[in-house]
Design a protein around this ligand. Structure first.
Ligand code: C2O
Ligand code: CU
Ligand code: CU
Length: 424
């Protein structure tokens, strides 16, 4: 999509027995166009919204978002990457030849049945910790290899996994540069040896292949994964071991510098022209969101019969003591007013996502987070307690409100989600 255009979309549901939705994750549009759980597309039906694209260039995505079915839908394949370009912005000087030195990487973990179909079972430890597969897929291929020019290559990386958090690095330890996060460019490239990518987060990184040879992208184990987790029948839950051999580490894919492909870009700019500016200003109010996998904290336990198990209807995971209810508006927000949202993660780190607006992360686990290294975000992996400064520039009414939720899809489906309206 291009900034400034009115993008005509057509989404046809060819599934014959289930409604779907198409949520534009990260796109600033009003609630009725956002494709959240209320904007369902019946089997055989077509949804044709026109989307007004007005935001900085960014790597976004889209996916089905039917309440209590999102995990199953995304796992089955109803997800993709969505790029916004800004023809009016100055050229930041980054690699930008699509498929040559500007390459999308959609990372997902999957388990397989004997016959090769995706295996998915939301039960046992997966209900509590989210579902993880034992095979790594990038753009739908198992641990692929790709040829790249002998120079700088830009990767737009999306973690489209249901639950797995990656700690990405190269097996040879090479430094790379992060140039963008969820909402667009960072002010300047940030040199890194590794980065953590939680479900639904995006980064753009630039990697130098000038010295030739191959480089393998690897991940460390997921700190959110319980030890000794067992998968569905017929699958192993141990990720494939890496050649690098470090404990818990596994391969994701391999890049091969191709001497017949000359470098298009050889040096990174010192500053990234056109980078978005963060939301600023004194917050009009503060809100707190407490994420709980056990269901209502004390409330659930005291309510009698609503045990701490995961088995009851609605799933029983909560934010501020209540599970997602399609009929309840949990928060009401004013358009254009900055707010500080404080998110509290209990028991494990939850990737908290907000529809309808970007935010800057002020702090995480008591430590200030500089905007220069985190940029504009719509997902934050909450480590204990995080504070974000958020502002909403579009409206969402009660018939199609925005969502805030954990982006571990099994948690979202189990009720760790809430709804809010945005009005003048
Ligand atoms: Cu990526 Cu509410 O979604
Ligand atoms: Cu979203
Ligand atoms: Cu969660």
């Amino acid at each position: 999509m291009k900034r400034g255009e009115l993008a005509p979309m057509r989404i046809t549901n060819r599934w014959d027995d289930q409604a779907i939705t198409c949520h534009w994750h990260g796109l600033g549009v009003s609630g009725d166009l956002d494709g959240g759980p209320h904007v369902t597309i019946a089997p055989g039906a077509t949804w044709a919204p026109e989307l007004e694209v007005d935001q900085p260039a960014a790597t976004l995505w889209y996916h089905s978002h039917v309440h209590a079915r999102t995990a199953e839908h995304v796992y089955a394949g109803l997800a993709g990457m969505l790029l916004v370009d800004d023809p009016s912005a100055p050229d930041p000087g980054l690699p930008r030849t699509w498929g040559v030195d500007d390459i999308p990487l959609i990372i997902q973990d999957r388990a397989f049945e004997e016959g090769g179909a995706f295996a998915y079972a939301n039960r046992g430890p997966a209900r509590m910790h989210g579902f993880r597969g034992d095979h790594m897929l990038v753009n739908g291929a198992i641990r692929p290899e790709v040829d790249v020019p002998m120079g700088l290559t830009r990767f737009r990386v999306l973690n489209a996994s249901n639950a797995r958090t990656y700690t990405l690095r190269f097996a040879d330890g090479r430094t790379f540069h992060q140039v963008a996060s969820d909402g667009g460019l960072l002010p300047a490239p940030v040199p890194l040896a590794q980065l953590v990518l939680a479900p639904a987060e995006r980064v753009e990184v630039v990697v130098d292949f000038a010295q030739g040879g191959t480089a393998t992208l690897v991940s460390e184990g997921d700190p959110n994964e319980p030890p000794g987790m067992m998968g569905p029948p017929g699958t192993r839950f141990t990720p494939p071991p890496s050649d690098a051999g470090a404990e818990g580490e596994f391969d994701i894919m391999t890049f091969r510098a191709d001497p017949s492909r000359p470098a298009q870009v050889r040096a990174l700019p010192a500053r990234l022209a056109g980078a978005p500016t963060p939301p600023e200003g004194p917050p009009a109010r503060r809100r707190e969101f407490v994420l709980d996998v056990h269901g209502g904290g004390g409330m659930g336990a005291m309510g009698g019969g609503r045990g701490r198990g995961m088995g009851m209807m609605g799933g029983g995971m909560t934010i501020n003591g209540v599970s997602m209810d399609m009929g309840v508006i949990n928060e009401r927000v004013r358009r254009g007013e900055p707010e500080v949202w404080e998110i509290v993660s209990q028991d494990m780190a939850h990737p908290f996502h907000v529809h309808g607006g970007n935010f800057r992360v002020l702090s995480n686990n008591g430590t200030p987070v500089p905007y220069e290294t985190s940029g504009l975000k719509d997902v934050v992996l909450v480590d204990g307690r995080a504070e974000i400064l958020v502002r909403f520039d579009h409206e969402a009414g009660p018939s199609a409100p925005y969502m805030y939720h954990c982006h571990i899809l099994e948690h979202e489906d189990a009720g760790m989600m809430g709804q809010f309206t945005v009005a003048p």
